[in-house]
Design a protein around this ligand. Structure first.
Ligand SMILES: [Fe+2]
Length: 372
């Protein structure tokens, strides 16, 4: 080794191995589910199919829209917030407002105008009239025609075992096309690959336009009761389950992320979740936006308008979404997300310990208000 090489070697050694301190830089990459979940306990399908063999499940095709009641005194503040959150007012009557995204759903958020705030449930689109009738029978609730709603259709509203409203809809005419053109993905130059040559990144600040409803979640009391009901009657199956362990080592499941089982078709990692907590309430509903820049511009737009942030931005571990949580003016939590995982019937289902570290790969520490 000549002296130049020796000097270079000494310099490199100095940079990479300072005495007494070894720090591994962060990294991240996309890996197949089988590799990502290599060391994770797997859940057998008997966990959610054991009691359902004799029951014909009600087939859900998608999560369509959320339904909430807001006090009339808070309605104008809600409209302002939703516009700044990236939704549009599709229709307004004396009794309700339908807010839309730019996807093919006629609306993604229904706000009833009432005396007090109330959660009115997520709304699942079902595959057939028969499925709607079965949902109606399950809850002993009538099927009503949605005469005022954009796209029409029929709905039945039932209750889950803990009394949360659950809606099923059928025969809603979707939009023919998204109302916004699909944007060309940004060309991103990293340290080695630089596909963008002689072209520049340019942006227009504003709200992050909402594409569609992605998922919503509940805090509940009885995990087994809710898990059994949702997986026994509907084609909802877990993507991930979280457990708590007591001092004697006994594990109890306390949270589940569920997807709509469409066989080999890939679907969102979760359209629905529930988690055991001290109080029962809707936790949040989450809406998809275009990409990281639009999400960040939406974040700073909301911040600049003075709205109350909950948590974000950050990246979730389970589902992989980059999240951004906000309070609406009447105290319901809503989320912008991008880059969620897709799963199908071949994707392994994992069971892991519940804990703050399972919530995010990177972010600020999770605030107490998120966990309430
Ligand atoms: Fe979420």
């Amino acid at each position: 080794m000549d002296s130049d090489n020796r000097r270079a070697r000494a310099l490199t050694d100095n940079i990479t191995q300072p005495a007494g301190r070894h720090v591994v830089p962060n990294s991240g990459c996309t890996v197949q589910a089988s590799i990502a979940m290599k060391d994770v306990e797997k859940v057998s399908p008997t966990r959610w199919n054991s009691s359902s063999a004799a029951i014909q499940k009600i087939k859900i095709t998608k999560l369509s829209h959320m339904r909430y009641c807001h006090p009339s005194s808070g309605m104008e503040a809600l409209v302002s917030f939703m516009l700044d959150f990236g939704m549009e007012v599709v229709k307004r009557t004396d009794n309700a407002i339908w807010f839309g995204g730019y996807g093919i759903d006629q609306y993604v958020y229904y706000a009833e105008i009432g005396n007090e705030k109330m959660f009115l449930g997520g709304s699942w689109e079902v595959e057939s009239w028969e499925d709607l009738k079965r949902a109606s029978s399950l809850g002993g609730s009538p099927i009503v025609e949605l005469t005022d709603a954009p796209g029409g259709g029929y709905m039945t509203s039932i209750q889950d075992p803990e009394g949360f409203p659950v809606n099923f809809i059928y025969d809603v005419t979707p939009r023919l096309h998204p109302t916004k053109q699909q944007a060309e993905p940004l060309q991103v130059n990293d340290e080695f690959l630089k596909p963008r040559k002689g072209a520049f990144q340019r942006f227009q600040p504003g709200p992050a336009a909402v594409h569609k409803l992605g998922h919503f979640g509940l805090t509940i009391h009885d995990f087994e009761l809710q898990f059994d009901w949702y997986t026994r009657h509907f084609n909802l199956v877990p993507s991930d389950i979280l457990y708590a362990q007591d001092d004697s080592g006994v594990k109890s499941d306390v949270a589940a992320f569920l997807h709509i089982d469409r066989g080999k078709d890939y679907v969102d990692h979760h359209s629905f979740f529930f988690s055991v907590a001290k109080t029962q309430h809707v936790h949040h509903s989450s809406f998809e936006v275009h990409d990281y820049d639009s999400q960040n511009m939406g974040h700073y737009w909301l911040k600049q308008k003075g709205y109350r942030r909950v948590w974000g931005l950050g990246r979730h571990k389970l589902g992989s979404q980059i999240f951004d949580y906000w309070w609406d003016p009447n105290g319901f939590m809503v989320e912008h997300y991008i880059d969620g995982d897709l799963v199908n019937e071949d994707t392994p289902v994992g069971r892991q310990p519940a804990g703050d570290e399972s919530l995010a790969v990177w972010s600020e520490p999770v605030p107490a208000t998120f966990l309430d």
